[in-house]
Design a protein around this ligand. Sequence first.
Ligand SMILES: NC(=O)c1ccc[n+]([C@@H]2O[C@H](COP(=O)([O-])OP(=O)(O)OC[C@H]3O[C@@H](n4cnc5c(N)ncnc54)[C@H](OP(=O)(O)O)[C@@H]3O)[C@@H](O)[C@H]2O)c1
Length: 338
Amino acid sequence: MSLVKILLTGATGYVGGDLLIDLLERTSEFEVHVLIRGNERSSTFEKLGAKVVVGSQDDHDFLTKTASRFDVIISVADSLDARTAKAFLLGLEQGKQQYHHKGILIQNSGSDVVLENTEGEYATEKTWSDLDVQAFNELPLDAQHREVDILVTEYPQDKVTTAIISPSNISGVGRGPYNRLSFINLAYERAVVKYRKPYVVGKGANIWSSIHIKDVSSAFTSVLDGLLKGTADHGLEGYYFVESGQASMAEVVQRAAEVLQKKGLLEDTNLIDMPEEVLQDPDVIPAYIVNDYPGFAKSTLGGTSRVSGDRLRKFGWKPKYTDPLGAVAEEIDVLLAA
Ligand SMILES: NC(=O)c1ccc[n+]([C@@H]2O[C@H](COP(=O)([O-])OP(=O)(O)OC[C@H]3O[C@@H](n4cnc5c(N)ncnc54)[C@H](OP(=O)(O)O)[C@@H]3O)[C@@H](O)[C@H]2O)c1
């Protein structure tokens, strides 16, 4: 049986890096290539067993030409740029027509598509099920990821088979070769570690669905297997939220504060409203977010996104890590050791 040729993007990042490790465990089935910017990190991936394609996601002709050589693209790096998604779709379509490749796109997205900015003061009640395809029509077109989600889910399925993996708030230390840490819980944890104060946005009453990074990777591979076998939902029905529970941000920060308190590094665990300067601190929020997306950090950290990954469960996928606070202590240890 010939190997399925997979191109993975975002492998230097948190989500793509962790997924890469699972894909590389299946070299008897998959030939795994990673698309990375610049040559400097190539040898790291080659040593792990991946083949490397060097190039920019901003060069769309290159993306189309590259995509036409693959059976499957797992696009993790960018879930906001429709031009990148279009270039991949076009290339996969050409590859299927001309070279009889399988023509499968698995696009990464995010449950912040349903984010409501509740400013940490409260949590909205609704939990969005991914089986309720009609409900997505209620979402504004400018909701995060929506443009790419629509393009990918509505693509003619005889040309390219498409699915969207939409993780909620991811936690846990990743296994990839470069970035191993997430964003939302980590921003809170970075703040409490640096300032030795349990900062939350508002009261921290907002709630996020959450998922462990290893369960995100298993969701990607489950859907990949299903698409290859022809058993997984795809196209308009191929939207998969990934979650294993829900927690308020107050609970996350409270746990982080208790971990530090046990280590004798923090006395008072009473939550404090996060000052604006902490939200602008590049040690807490990545500088590109502060500079290029003003307001994004506060609305994300203080927002509510409650989703239910019913579609994956329907296919028998189960998360292994079900405690939404289970990774906090390990993440704090990594931050303290840095
Ligand atoms: N972390 C979460 O909790 C979470 C939850 C749901 C959805 N998501 C979504 O998942 C995606 C990845 O998140 P992450 O946490 O893995 O982020 P990350 O660790 O910052 O990784 C981002 C990756 O994308 C690559 N990248 C970004 N722009 C690129 C471009 N123009 N050309 C080529 N590569 C590019 C980066 O490459 P370089 O190393 O070259 O910069 C890196 O490999 C994001 O779109 C995010 O919205 C994340």
